[in-house]
Design a protein around this ligand. Structure first.
Ligand SMILES: Nc1ncnc2c1ncn2[C@@H]1O[C@H](COP(=O)(O)OP(=O)(O)OP(=O)(O)O)[C@@H](O)[C@H]1O
Ligand SMILES: [Mg+2]
Length: 186
């Protein structure tokens, strides 16, 4: 994939399929590294799935025999000298269920895939976000932090859907100005 933000879209899509009501997207960036962590409270995976999930020939979907979301993300991280970790608790267990996927990238590697347009990726996600699912996004950069909280936004919007074009434009502009500020502070 040309942009890591598209890998993120794919990983978050898995959380949506897993019926998550809260998805946390956390990007932590230094001058040398980028860590991308996606946490959800969805149905989780059993041990067997966790073991097989980084193998491109494993999937539970019926339409195609190959699941590539996680293997691609893992490969992109490993190519830079980093790696991917996955922790999951299935819904069958009594304690809180859900999944945490975290990938570390070395930005200094020539094989580092640029993050790309995260703001657009987020807008795509927000636009199609089902009712009852919230996203918290945080991107910490050396010069500051960019954030978005859909639950907070919904509270301010008093019933106006997040998918309203004006709302999406507002979110995009707001993220752009947060990024401009964080990058200017460096
Ligand atoms: N957050 C998650 N919660 C629960 N199960 C998950 C989660 N992420 C992945 N899985 C399980 O792992 C499998 C593999 O995921 P992966 O993204 O690699 O492929 P896929 O979603 O099946 O196909 P593709 O992403 O190529 O469309 C999924 O089919 C699903 O069973
Ligand atoms: Mg997937």
């Amino acid at each position: 994939m040309k942009e890591l933000s598209l890998n993120i879209l794919d990983i978050v899509q898995n959380s949506l399929t897993a019926g998550a009501s809260h998805i946390e997207i956390d990007l932590a960036e230094t001058d040398e590294t980028l860590r991308i962590t996606v946490t959800d409270d969805g149905c989780g995976m059993d041990e067997n799935t966790v073991r097989n999930v980084t193998d491109p020939f494993y999937t539970t979907r019926k339409t195609r025999s190959v699941g590539l979301g996680i293997p691609f993300f893992k490969l992109a991280a490993e190519q830079t000298g980093g790696g991917l970790t996955l922790k999951s608790v299935p819904a069958s267990e009594s304690d809180g269920h859900g999944t945490v996927i975290s990938a570390l990238f070395y930005k200094t590697s020539i094989d580092f895939t640029p993050l790309g347009d995260v703001a657009s990726t987020l807008c795509t996600l927000v636009q199609g976000l089902p009712d009852g699912t919230e996203i918290t996004f945080t991107h910490s950069l050396p010069g500051g932090t960019v954030s978005l909280d859909t639950a907070e936004m919904r509270a301010v919007l008093c019933g106006v859907p997040l998918s309203t074009p004006e709302v999406i434009v507002f979110i995009k502009d707001d993220l752009a100005s947060q990024y401009a500020e964080a990058r200017a502070m460096k």
